[in-house]
Design a protein around this ligand. Structure first.
Ligand code: SF4
Length: 345
């Protein structure tokens, strides 16, 4: 895509008809020696203030690459964005100059990464790392910035924040380190927060606490939250809507309640059936057969056809569009009615 860059930052204040963030027909490719990896193939979604969108899919489904494109942290090249828009408050971020993009990144759209231990710098205290946000972006003095760091550590419920502000990352548990990452990401009151698998490295109880914390912070600040995960079980209580990704496309998009009640895509159904349930103790856990496709050589027709129990002949040749099921729901499956009704072929 030819880039005509601008320094005009997205407006603040009222949104009018525009969503807070809108990803529109986004395509991302990686040009490698082995060929072109089509990582994101026409993804569209929106998130509004105070809204939580869960983006769900296996590794390689394109969910994290889409997030990195929103943040503007893809290595380009080898990444190329041949098509699409990422509108933040109506301004296409892909058209912003790098200078303007830097002012959006971290300040107005922030991101929490999966692995807090490698994201934090081991040789600086956590207080120093949190307070850096205020020193660099707000021009605060060291002592004022450190006070703000303690406030933030309190806000993300780190016990004895005042005493622990001078500790190093390795002195904290995994859950506490993730809280520190969350503190850093919300330091500058972002309007959109992207959490990329924020609880994957944590045990189940701590996962629930971190999810609860994110939901609480979001309620307080009315951020738009994009929660990226491979685990449908994690998002049930916190998401408003879900976008399920497979092979770089959204295959189902719906309010969270609709998806849990009755999925309209065989892949979503497979993900739901894979969640362990206490009432099925002793039974084999369901797993979707086969492996995610090679993005260098996507299957013809519907990318899910080699693994799909609902497959028909036309699935091998015809790419399913995102069929509109209702005003808020879509499924990229030719046979979404049968899936919704639970009629396996
Ligand atoms: Fe399965 Fe066909 Fe639907 Fe693809 S389009 S998910 S192969 S039934």
């Amino acid at each position: 895509m030819k880039k005509t860059s601008t320094n005009v930052l997205p407006a603040e204040g009222g949104l009018g008809d525009e969503p807070l963030l809108a990803v529109d027909d986004l395509h991302v490719e990686f040009h490698t020696r082995a060929g072109t990896v089509r990582a994101v193939n026409g993804v569209s979604y929106t998130v509004g203030p105070g809204e939580t969108l869960a983006v769900l899919g296996e590794s390689g489904s394109g969910k994290s690459v889409t997030a990195q494109a929103i943040m503007g942290i893809l290595d380009m090249p080898p990444a190329v964005i041949p098509k699409g828009q990422i509108r933040f408050r109506g301004t296409d971020l892909l058209k912003l100059s790098e200078e303007a993009r830097t002012q959006v990144r971290g300040q107005r759209i922030a991101m929490i990464f999966q692995d807090a231990l490698s994201a934090l710098n081991p040789v600086f205290t956590v207080g120093w790392q949190i307070s850096e946000m205020f020193r660099v972006h707000r021009g605060m003095s060291k002592s004022d910035a450190m006070k703000k760091a303690v406030e933030l550590m309190d806000r993300v419920r780190i016990p004895a924040a005042r005493q622990r502000v001078n500790d190093y990352p390795h002195q904290f548990s995994g859950g506490m380190r993730q809280r520190i990452m969350i503190a850093m990401s919300i330091a500058l009151d972002p309007e959109v927060l992207i959490a990329d698998e924020p609880t994957t490295a944590l045990d189940v109880t701590v996962q629930a606490q971190i999810m609860e914390l994110l939901a609480e912070l979001q309620r307080e600040s009315q951020m738009g939250l994009i929660l990226i995960t491979h685990d449908l079980g994690v998002v049930a209580d916190v998401a408003d809507k879900i976008a399920v990704m497979y092979a770089g496309r959204i295959v189902e998009q719906a309010p969270v309640y609709d998806i849990y009640k009755a999925p309209a895509h065989p892949y979503t159904k497979g993900l739901l059936d894979s969640i362990p349930r206490v009432d099925q103790k002793g039974q084999d856990l369901y797993a979707i057969k086969g492996l995610p496709p090679n993005l260098l050589d996507l299957p013809t027709g519907c990318s899910f056809h080699p693994r799909c129990p609902y497959r028909q002949d036309n699935c091998v040749t015809d790419v399913p569009p995102l069929y509109e099921i209702s005003g808020t729901r879509g499924s990229a499956c030719h046979y979404w009615r049968e899936v919704l009704d639970g009629d396996q072929q």
